[in-house]
Every structure is written in C-alpha cells, then in structure tokens.
Design a protein around this ligand. Sequence first.
Ligand SMILES: NC(=O)c1ccc[n+]([C@@H]2O[C@H](COP(=O)([O-])OP(=O)(O)OC[C@H]3O[C@@H](n4cnc5c(N)ncnc54)[C@H](O)[C@@H]3O)[C@@H](O)[C@H]2O)c1
Length: 373
Amino acid sequence: MTTARSLTAEPAVTQSLSVPQFSVISGAQVQQALQGRETQVMELVEATYRLHGDGDSVNPPSYFLRFPDRPSSRIIALPASIGGQLRVDGLKWISSFPGNVAAGVPRASAVLILNDHDTGYPFACLESSIVSATRTAASAALAADRLGRGRPRPRRVGFLGVGLIARYIHTFLNGTGWSFDEIGVHDLSADSAAGFRGYLEQSGGGGDITVYDTAEELIRSSDLVVLATVAAQPHVTDPTWFDHHPVVLHVSLRDLAPEILLTATNIVDDIEHCQKADTSTHLAEQITGSRDFLDGTLNDVIAGRVTVPADRTVVFSPFGLGVLDLAVGKFVYDEIVCSGELMVIDDFFHERHRYGPGASSNAGAQPGQPRQR
Ligand SMILES: NC(=O)c1ccc[n+]([C@@H]2O[C@H](COP(=O)([O-])OP(=O)(O)OC[C@H]3O[C@@H](n4cnc5c(N)ncnc54)[C@H](O)[C@@H]3O)[C@@H](O)[C@H]2O)c1
C-alpha cells in the first residue's frame, strides 16, 4: 500500500487535500460487483438522469476519433462530471471496431477513468465495456418501463441486432421483473442469431423463441422492439411496419428512417447530444429543419412533464451519457473498496514533491474517505 505523507505547498488549501491511491479494476471484478444488481443499477441510472436533468452535471459532447484508413471504426471519448452524493469526474474511452467480431473478438473495448472531485487526480481505471453495456441496458429497461406505462405490458419482445448489448438488455429486462410469452430475434448474421438464441435458452427467462428472416416480420410481431445493430444508416424505412404502435428502444440510434420517427412520439436522453453524428433523430432534424418532432427526455417523462400516448409508436433514442458511466463506475469502485479487494498500484503518482524528494508529501487516501496524515 502507498505510504501517506503530508503535502507542503499552499498550506491553507493543501492541509485538507491529499493524493489519492490509484487502483485498477478488472473486468472480472466489475462483473462480480454488478451481477444480480439489475434493479439497484436501474435506480442508480434513474437518479443520475434526474441529477443531469436538474443541471447537477457537466456532460460535454462526446468526441469521435475516426480513421480515414478504417472508416467503420472509431474511438469515442465521453468526459463528464456528476454532482449529488456521487461527486466524481471522469472519462470513458471506448473503441468500436466492428471488424473484430468476425475474428471472434468483441466489437467494443473500453476503460473508464474516475477522477477525484477535490484534487482532480485520477484514482481508478476500470475495464469499462461491462460498465458501458450495463448502463446502456439499465437505461433501456428503465425506458421500457416508463414509456410503456398506460398501455398493456408487452408480452412480445423483438431483438433486432443481437450482440452483447442485446444480451445485456435482455438480462436487465429479466432482472427487473419482465417476462415475455414470445421473444423474436433477427440479425443479418445467422451465427449471431444462433448464439443469441442459445443464450436465451440458457437464461431461464422463458418465452417461445422465433428467429425471423426479416426485420419486417420481427417488428410486426413485437410490442417491445429492441434495436441494437451496428448499422451506420437507416435500413428500416417503412412506417407501416409500426402500425401496431410498439415501444421501440432505438439503442443503436441509426436504424430508423426519419419518416418513421416523424410518425412516432420521440423521447431521448439528452436533446443536444442526440442531434449529432448522423443519428436518425439528427437526420430527421436535417430533413424537417426543426426539433419539433422531439417530445422530450426520459427524465421529462419520469418527472411527469411529458406524457406518452398509448396509441402511438414511442421511440427511445438514447445517445448514451458519460454521467451514466461515471455513476455505474463509482458504484463498482465503492463495492470493491467495501469488499477489501481494491488493487492499488503503489507509487503510481511518483513525482509528488514540488521541489524534489527532500520535501514531504501527502498521499495514499481513497477518494471520499478520511485521508491519512
Ligand atoms: N446508445 C447507447 O448508449 C449505446 C451504448 C452502447 C452501445 N450502443 C450501440 O449498440 C449497438 C450494438 O452494440 P453491440 O456491442 O451489441 O454490437 P455487436 O457488434 O456485438 O452486435 C451487433 C449485431 O448487429 C448485427 N447487425 C448489424 N447490422 C444489422 C442489420 N442491418 N440488421 C440486423 N442486424 C444487424 C450484427 O450482425 C451483430 O450481430 C452498437 O451500434 C452500439 O454503438 C449504444
């Protein structure tokens, strides 16, 4: 463990500050901390949307790093700061390399850095593909519940695009009290469809499983539709497929043609974020020249400011907010601190003496806990 010592400069301020320990949290630890906690995580995501809606957050636009030589790939930076009791800043840095999948390597990989509110020091680096999938699935399950109130609870769910995110969303629906009579599956890849079917059969969630050959059959057969493809442009274009007015979780953001959104109630997580990067909502704004087709945010619905009609298709398009990654990442960090299994990297912050090693320093506390002095 890192030894704690006192800082020397600027005594009035630094007496109450210290350099935190730096820890690394593996994917196995993240998964263990989150497993079976679906309801708790969904409540955490809801509370975080509320904080964000109340302005107790900083969530600048995500930065997309793209590559001329690898146009289908990208790495996205999501910096954020969240207040409330969480009080943590940080950055998710997440890659999407769709070409990985054919080689048996997951598409997305990520790290999340948590920064101490008081000193700005990074104090943890977490494997974050699981954090990201978890917060995305928790947000989708929350939306399914809140946007579906006032209409019969869907008994038929359809998953269009069935990779990791679809699996996490099914796990979250299952873990937060949903059950289905029928589960539809459609994917361009027969291997993905078969793999997801295998997962569903082993999940214990029940429901008759049908693998559909077309997106149209899947959508027409589902009251809750989950879109989790990697499509870069709209490929679902016929509004009549939605004549039965399903609840649509448009997690992959670019599947639906603007014409479909214009017939639906549109709910997003954050309007400014969603109207970028050629999402379907962004395309709809470009075509109509306005944002009038957007009805509000999920937080508006939760707060009762927006009512979702039961006799219209409702589409939830969540851009994915960095504040959610921070909230779930901090939850994981706190769990691991409590378990006593935090892997601290001793002396990670090495240059702590402003005028050289002769001076004293102060290091070694965990953020949010009493510093040793
Ligand atoms: N909004 C958010 O907050 C958020 C967060 C995380 C991931 N995502 C998005 O979720 C999507 C899914 O992620 P994943 O990790 O599960 O990806 P994945 O690569 O594991 O799976 C995607 C699946 O979609 C299938 N597919 C691609 N195009 C299709 C089409 N036109 N019709 C049917 N199937 C199609 C692929 O064959 C593949 O099986 C990605 O677009 C990702 O960017 C969104």
